[in-house]
Design a protein around this ligand. Structure first.
Ligand SMILES: *[C@@H]1O[C@H](CO)[C@@H](O)[C@H](O)[C@H]1NC(C)=O
Ligand SMILES: *[C@@H]1O[C@H](CO)[C@@H](O)[C@H](O)[C@H]1NC(C)=O
Ligand SMILES: *[C@@H]1O[C@H](CO)[C@@H](O)[C@H](O)[C@H]1NC(C)=O
Ligand SMILES: *[C@@H]1O[C@H](CO)[C@@H](O)[C@H](O)[C@H]1NC(C)=O
Ligand SMILES: *[C@@H]1O[C@H](CO)[C@@H](O)[C@H](O)[C@H]1NC(C)=O
Ligand SMILES: *[C@@H]1O[C@H](CO)[C@@H](O)[C@H](O)[C@H]1NC(C)=O
Ligand SMILES: *[C@@H]1O[C@H](CO)[C@@H](O)[C@H](O)[C@H]1NC(C)=O
Length: 493
């Protein structure tokens, strides 16, 4: 897979240099997730790490939604395909995992659907978006949900982004009378029925969001259908007390919308937008604008400040936390997180996750630089994990979340003979809470429950050497606190 956020020529250049990154391999499963190179220098918040690695140098069997534990052991690997925004969310009061999968195109967006899985990893909803959308090559797609957002609202609807191509008179900004441009849209979709409940289009709000305030130059595109002008680049949307909060990357701005879609206010990384800037509030080419602690007089706004695109660098990327005061009309810089030992210029993607129940821990994913860092309340890095070669591997976003998974599938068992005898290898994809294994022999005369080996769980896969056996059939049981919670099929060897 080539990374999609680079222009074709940069992609070619970088893929030639892509080197193989170390990966796991197992006997009881075919997964090959990239190994995490972890440096931990302080206590982290609890939770597993959710990544969607993709790109050059990753084994095809490692390009998937992947859950790791804090030591970098695999916990779950999902369907082997490029995904984005793999995370834990709440649906109808239950924890679910969600991810987008589909086709990404070199213009930096995609067409796909959103998968919602319960805590046994069964897909309970597949959300799609159909309609009359225009694509760069004129082809039609099964679903037009873009890769950038898949946010479950408190009312159990799904907010997604979509990119539609259309023609506009761009003579006022130096363009052609009928120039191809990419509209930035979002849709609120009823998860159970796929019905669209609400939709929004940036092009319909040119009075509040004028095209001439885009930082993306018209000259970066040909203005053709194949290479249209990307004035907005919508990349996050979430629900708020009174409507929606939207991030338009190429405007360097976040917009607070009423539920009818009109713009109530704008915060901008260059001049503050509707707010007077106090302290460190500048940002550029941002991702992942979120609101916290919203009241009618103010709120906290967090974002990942890339400060870079593939073609333009403003400086190192930072994680920003800003206070919005609606009464005083100010935006005040609260936190600006950066690792002074490892400043990163992230050209695309990335996110800022405030870790819950913590005294200020934040997880930042650097998108096109395949690294995540956890900062503590004092802004010190306590955890760093790398998972690929920069600008060839990425994870659109990354998260740390508590998660409890069980499985409708049986534990997997592989029996292999090496020169010292029989070895049993076992794993149980996605099951978070089991601590040991027992190995049982199957007698030819009766199913005697005779334990012939046992071991504590070691990461994803555990092996037990069994020596030379008088039986040629065994099965294994996974245990938690001494209780059997799962059994494998009998394997004859
Ligand atoms: C067990 O693992 C070995 C080594 O990866 C493989 O060759 C063999 O096919 C596996 N056996 C089964 C039954 O999957
Ligand atoms: C996409 O743009 C085309 C014009 O190119 C327009 O006819 C169509 O209605 C738009 N679709 C949506 C969903 O906005
Ligand atoms: C941008 O366009 C608006 C009209 O849409 C105009 O009022 C404004 O002066 C323009 N700004 C710049 C900087 O050209
Ligand atoms: C948000 O509110 C919570 C609870 O009132 C408080 O503990 C926290 O400090 C607030 N967050 C910020 C960033 O002010
Ligand atoms: C498993 O770990 C416990 C301590 O956590 C230890 O007492 C026990 O001996 C271990 N069992 C095996 C089979 O290694
Ligand atoms: C056979 O496999 C077991 C379990 O992985 C290992 O402990 C043992 O060293 C291996 N023996 C040889 C000769 O490779
Ligand atoms: C198992 O048998 C092989 C020969 O078949 C022998 O080399 C090996 O030492 C035996 N292993 C054990 C643990 O007895």
């Amino acid at each position: 897979m080539t990374p999609w956020w680079y222009t074709a020529s940069i992609t070619l250049l970088l893929s030639l240099r892509a080197t193989a990154w170390p990966h796991w391999s197992f006997k009881s499963a075919s997964f090959q997730p990239p190994k995490l190179k972890i440096t931990q220098t302080g206590p982290t918040e609890p939770g597993f790490i959710f990544l969607g690695p993709r790109g050059g140098g990753i084994q095809p069997a490692g390009e998937a939604p992947i859950i790791y534990d804090n030591n970098g052991n695999l916990v779950w690997e999902g369907p082997q395909e490029p995904v984005s925004n793999f995370k834990v969310q709440q649906l109808n009061g239950r924890d679910v995992i969600t991810f987008w999968s589909g086709e990404t195109i070199p213009l930096g967006f995609g067409y796909g659907s959103v998968h919602i899985l319960d805590n046994t990893y069964q897909e309970i909803n597949t959300v799609t978006l159909t309609g009359h959308f225009v694509t760069p090559d004129g082809s039609q797609k099964d679903s037009y949900i873009d890769l950038h957002e898949s946010y479950i609202t408190p009312s159990n609807t799904l907010l997604v982004t979509a990119y539609n191509l259309t023609q506009q008179d761009l003579t006022s900004i130096g363009g052609k009378p009928s120039e191809w441009i990419i509209d930035g849209q979002f849709y609120e979709i009823d998860i159970a029925t796929n019905q669209v409940i609400n939709s929004w289009s940036a092009l319909e709000y040119q009075d509040s969001i004028p095209l001439n305030s885009s930082h993306q130059r018209l000259s970066h595109s040909a203005g053709t259908q194949a290479n249209p002008y990307d004035a907005y680049h919508i990349n996050s949307v979430s629900s708020t007390n009174h409507g929606y909060m939207v991030s338009l990357r190429h405007m360097w701005s976040g917009y607070y919308l009423a539920s009818d879609g009109s713009v109530l206010w704008q915060v901008s990384g260059d001049d503050g937008g509707d707010f007077r800037q106090v302290g460190q509030t500048n940002f550029a080419w941002q991702h992942d604008i979120r609101l916290l602690n919203e009241t009618d007089t103010g709120m906290i706004l967090t974002l990942f400040n890339n400060a870079n695109t593939p073609t333009w660098s403003e400086g190192p990327s930072t994680g920003l936390s800003l206070a919005i005061d609606l009464t005083q009309k100010t935006v005040t810089g609260l936190r600006s997180l950066i690792d002074p030992n490892d400043p990163i210029r992230s050209a695309s993607q990335g996110n800022y996750q405030v870790l819950p129940d913590s005294d200020g821990h934040v997880l930042i994913s650097y998108g096109s630089t395949p690294k995540i860092k956890e900062f503590d309340g004092d802004g010190n890095v306590v955890f760093n994990a790398a998972f690929g070669t920069s600008n060839t591997v990425s994870s659109y976003r990354a998260f740390r979340s508590k998660w409890g998974g069980t499985s409708v599938f049986k534990p997997a068992l592989n029996v292999t003979r090496n020169s010292s005898g029989i070895v049993a290898y076992m794993s149980w994809n996605g099951v978070t809470d089991y601590d040991s294994w027992s190995v049982y022999s199957v007698s030819a005369f009766a199913i005697k429950f005779q334990i012939i080996g046992s071991a504590n769980r070691t990461g994803f896969e555990t092996s037990v050497p069994l020596g030379n056996l008088s039986t040629n059939s065994i099965w294994v049981a996974a245990l938690q606190g001494g209780q059997i919670i799962g059994i494998s099929d009998i394997v004859t060897f």
